[in-house]
Structures are given as structure tokens and as C-alpha cells.
Design a protein. Structure first.
Length: 318
């Protein structure tokens, strides 16, 4: 591997670590500004002042803010995220048991969005001005502008209530059977991938149109290179650079957008955990959930920079 690439990766890695550190600081300080007491919420309105004081000291909420932050961050390096008051469990156990459902949803939705979005974008660009281009562009514009919660509600009304072919909510792990898993995942995946698919379609079409009549493409045609080879090796390859940013970033941000989708379809994932933790004022759980999402986004940006370095040598010196 060239030294320039290694140097670039090292530089971006340091920047990513600093970014995650700043996220922990800002996140912790913001949580201190939120009203509510997790101890009072857990014990209930009938709790005495002595009980509140006892549990406040037990869970370390009576310590200075900087000490609480230090305990949280040092705990992360030790492999612990703290203790959830409302769940009465180690937070890492709760998060990683929920994360699999979220990753199931996001990964499947991302694959569907990439396969169909890139394919539709290529078809639309290669048939610019024709009927199929118009139809795909109109559908993509609708997909961009349509709220995902509205799509979810419509799907539930049609396929669950009207046709009764899919369950309206719930999640079945893949270990309990492929068909039951697919039946519970179809509608959430469609909703999760809907906007991303439309975005990938528009971006692919735009990127393809920028390179479709470049000189190297015309030269390849003049040499008698096959249409398929021209599309894959010359047009799509050169259209990938702006597309990679959209693809990788979208995967990371889709994890954050599952908060609404998991609420609609009652999926026990990271998003629903955040909502229930906000309701119960279990701020330490919220902090760790947001931190996980921030790590995914930062890792996605790091991956983008590395891919750029391999695709475009000019970026290695930046």
C-alpha cells in the first residue's frame, strides 16, 4: 500500500477519534440541560426524600458533572457503558441486544435501495428524454418529498388492515425462521429504503449524465468497445466518486432515522430504545445510543475518505 494512502488513513483516523471525543463532550453537556430526574422517575411519586437521596448517591448522580463525565468515558474504554436505572441492567447489554434488530432493518433496506436506486438511475440516464426516464424521475421526486411516517401508515392500512397479508407490527428474529422474519421486515424495509432509493436514483442519473458523453467514452465507442463494457468500466466507474459519498453517508444516517420507523412498526431496536429512555429520563442510555450512531456516521465518513484515496490519487495529498 502506498505511503501516501497510509498517511492519509492515519490523518483521517486521528480526526475521527477527535470527532467522537467532541461528540461525547457536547452530548453529555446537552443531557445535563434536559429537565427531569431519572431517580425520581424510577422510584415514582411516592418516593421519600431519603430514598431519592440514597439512590442518587448509589448511582453517582450527586457527583460533580466532570466526575460523572469522566466515569462514563473511562467506563467506555473498559467496555462498560454504565448502568440503566429504568432497565436495571448494564447498558451495553441492552444496546447490543437491540442493535441487531436495527442493523437487520438498515442493512436490508440499504441493499434494496442501492440495487434498485443505482439500476433505475442508470436506466434513466441511458434513456434520457424518453418515457421511461420521465416515469423514473417522477417516482424519484415523489420518493424524496414523501414523509416516511406517511408511507408507513399507508402500507399498514393497505397490507395489514385491508388485505391482511402482513403483520402490522412486531419483529421476529431470523433464527426463528426465514419466512416469519421476512414477513415482519417487508414493510419496515420498504419504508426505510423509500427515500434513500429515490435519492440514489437521482444521484446516479445525475452522475451518469455528467460522464456519458465525455471524450474517453466517445473514444471507447470509436474503438468498438461493447455497450455493457462502456457503461460499467467507463461511465459508471467515473460516476462513482460523487455517488460513494451519498451511499456510505446514507447507510450511517439511516440508523438514526429508524427511530420513527421502529416506533411505527414496534420494532425493538435502537430507535425505540432511545424513545423509551427519553420518556423514562434514563439519560445515560440516550447518551450511549446517540454515541453509537455518531460512531457509525464517523466511521462512514472515514470509509468515504479511504475509498476516495484509492479511486482518486489527487485526494491522497489533501
Amino acid at each position: 500500500m502506498p505511503k501516501k494512502i497510509l498517511k492519509m488513513i492515519g490523518k483521517r483516523l486521528v480526526q475521527s477519534v477527535i470527532t467522537v471525543f467532541l461528540v461525547t463532550v457536547i452530548l453529555f453537556l446537552l443531557m445535563q440541560l434536559v429537565e427531569g430526574n431519572p431517580i425520581v422517575n424510577y422510584l415514582g411519586s411516592s418516593a421519600t426524600d431519603e430514598q431519592i437521596a440514597y439512590y442518587t448517591h448509589l448511582y453517582g448522580y450527586d457527583q460533580p458533572v466532570l466526575v460523572q463525565y469522566w466515569n462514563w468515558v473511562t467506563g467506555l474504554f473498559k467496555g462498560t457503558m454504565g448502568f440503566s436505572i429504568s432497565y436495571q441492567k448494564e447498558i451495553s447489554e441492552i444496546i447490543f441486544s437491540r442493535l441487531s434488530a436495527t442493523l437487520n432493518l438498515v442493512t436490508l433496506a440499504f441493499i434494496v435501495a442501492v440495487l434498485f436506486g443505482v439500476s433505475f438511475g442508470i436506466i434513466s440516464a441511458l434513456n434520457r428524454g424518453k418515457m421511461i426516464d420521465t416515469v423514473i424521475s417522477v417516482i424519484a421526486n415523489i420518493g424524496i418529498s414523501m414523509p416516511i411516517f406517511w408511507v408507513g401508515i399507508i402500507l399498514i392500512l393497505v397490507f395489514s388492515i385491508k388485505l391482511n397479508v402482513l403483520p402490522p407490527y412486531g419483529f421476529v428474529p431470523m433464527s426463528e425462521g426465514l419466512l416469519p422474519w421476512l414477513r415482519t421486515m417487508i414493510m419496515p424495509v420498504v419504508v426505510c429504503s423509500f427515500s434513500a432509493l429515490a435519492q440514489f436514483t437521482r444521484q446516479t442519473r445525475s452522475s451518469m449524465l455528467e460522464v456519458i458523453n465525455q471524450d474517453y467514452v466517445l473514444t471507447a465507442k470509436a474503438k468498438g468497445v461493447g455497450r455493457g463494457a462502456i457503461i460499467v468500466k467507463h461511465q459508471l466507474r467515473n460516476a462513482l466518486i460523487p455517488l460513494i459519498t451519498i451511499l456510505v453517508n446514507r447507510f450511517a444516517t439511516m440508523i438514526g432515522t429508524t427511530v420513527l420507523i421502529e416506533s411505527i412498526f414496534v420494532i425493538p431496536g435502537l430507535g425505540s430504545l432511545m424513545i423509551s429512555s427519553i420518556t423514562s429520563r434514563d439519560f445515560l442510555v440516550v447518551e450511549n445510543c446517540v454515541l453509537i450512531i455518531a460512531i457509525f456516521v464517523t466511521a462512514a465518513n472515514l470509509l468515504i475518505d479511504i475509498l476516495y484515496g484509492f479511486i482518486d490519487p489527487r485526494i491522497r495529498d489533501v
